[in-house]
Design a binder for this molecule. Structure first.
Ligand SMILES: C[S@@+](CC[C@H](N)C(=O)[O-])C[C@H]1O[C@@H](n2cnc3c(N)ncnc32)[C@H](O)[C@@H]1O
Length: 406
């Protein structure tokens, strides 16, 4: 079975690498998404074959472990569709009855269309929904489906006259890890924070400080990564609502995967992760979020009979201007205010002008700053060693990396 994982635009390689690290096999990528199969031995299969036990296990493991993907979809079909009849027949050809229950509520999500004869997103949604509905009605001999149960979200990509039909296995997007209930003003997505850690090639033995930590997302994601905590341990996924995942064997396999993830949590390593922010109020959220993230890991450890805990990152109130490097080397990774509103944009620029002092205050450190403010590099006053555009949601950002200046 082929899976498709969307990610921030610009993070496709990072996601492909992460997939490989987890033992999956990336099979291709497009803007903002990567397709993969469960292992390199498994060739890419497109079609309506029933998922195997290994496919189901891979689907769960991908949801549980992927840090940089926004979701995981199962690709249920891909076929040429130059007109609505072809779209209807292709969508009806999927064995939806193998996935759904009689009361499943079917939602066809926003369609992506590129270079195709069929261009009306609304009609593509409608035709796909009708095809699924008709197939299920026939399979179950029901004139109307109650659609009162759990929601199944279907997504269609229409590209160069090929329709790709996907079933969302995640439900809530994967950046909703379950630890953040309290947000700062403009929290970065957890998945994007995870991408930055990979781009900066951060390793657990390197001290990490976020000088504009807000609700703590970057330090918390770093802690989860450092202690090898699967990011999905604190939540459930839409796949649990689908028939193939409800069998005793699938339930046992998912439970096993959770326990295996718990046993892979590393509690034996020295990790130095800190955050600071000028606003004391946001630090209350940061501490609460970090506490919850550690509690999720602690609960998983309890399930395997361990009372070990992972330490929570430390957060302290400070302006970046008053910071001193706590170690000789490290990574300072932050998303400073980006000034979404016009009146804030000038203030953000002023702040960036002052931030050049961080280079002197943290000799021997590396730096990574993400912002959507176009004036960052000029105001900061130093040319980045690397600059990488990343688009997450509707936000166009650039990740600027500076190497040590000692
Ligand atoms: C874009 S937010 C960071 C969001 C954070 N990454 C999160 O996930 O919640 C920028 C943060 O910079 C903080 N800030 C503004 N001026 C500062 C300064 N001079 N020193 C330190 N922090 C500052 C703000 O209080 C705000 O929390």
């Amino acid at each position: 079975m082929t899976f498709v994982a969307p990610c921030a635009i610009g993070a496709e390689k990072v996601l492909a690498n992460e997939l490989k690290q987890l033992g999956f096999a990336p099979t291709g990528s497009a803007v903002g998404r990567v397709s993969f199969t469960r292992s390199p031995a498994e060739g890419e299969k497109v079609g309506a074959a029933a998922p195997t036990a290994e496919d189901l296990a891979a689907a769960f493991r991908a949801n549980l472990w992927l840090r940089t993907a926004d979701r995981v979809y199962a690709q249920l079909a891909a076929f040429p569709a130059r007109d609505f009849d072809a779209l209807f027949e292709g969508s009806r050809g999927v064995r939806w009855e193998d996935w759904f229950s009689r009361d499943t509520r079917i939602v066809v999500d926003k369609v992506r269309v590129r270079a195709s004869a069929l261009s009306s997103e609304h009609s593509i949604q409608g035709v796909t929904h009708k095809a699924i509905y008709e197939r299920l009605g026939e399979a179950w001999r029901m004139k109307t489906l109650p659609e009162t149960g759990a929601t199944a979200t279907v997504r269609v990509y229409m590209e160069k006259d090929v329709a790709t039909v996907l079933l969302d296995l995640s439900g809530m997007p994967l950046h909703r890890r379950g630890y953040r209930t309290a947000g700062g003003e403009a929290p970065i997505r957890e998945t994007l924070a995870a991408v930055l850690l990979q781009l900066a090639q951060w390793r657990r033995k390197t001290p990490l400080h976020d000088a504009f930590c807000g609700s703590g997302t970057i330090p918390i994601e770093a802690a989860l990564y450092a202690h090898n905590v699967a990011p999905g341990l604190g939540r459930t996924f839409a796949l649990s609502d689908f028939a193939p995942f409800k069998t005793a064997a699938a339930l046992a396999s998912m439970r096993e995967a959770r326990l295996a993830a718990a046993s892979e949590i590393r509690t034996d390593c020295l990790v130095r992760i800190t955050g600071s922010d000028i606003d004391e109020k946001v630090l209350v959220s940061a501490r609460a979020n970090a506490e919850r993230a550690c509690a999720i890991a602690g609960k998983a450890l309890q399930e395997i009979g361990s009372d070990a805990r992972i330490p929570r990152p430390d957060f302290a109130p400070a302006s970046y201007a008053d910071l001193e490097a706590p170690y000789d080397t490290g990574l300072l990774l932050s998303n400073p205010p980006w000034g979404e509103r016009l009146e804030d944009a000038a203030a953000a620029l002023e702040l960036y002008r002052g931030m050049g002092s961080l280079l002197a205050a943290f000799p021997g450190w590396e730096f990574g700053f993400i912002t959507s403010h176009e004036g960052f590099e000029g105001a900061f006053g130093s040319k980045a060693a690397k600059r990488r555009p990343l688009k997450s949601g509707n936000l166009d950002t650039v990740f600027y990396q500076y190497k040590e200046t000692k």
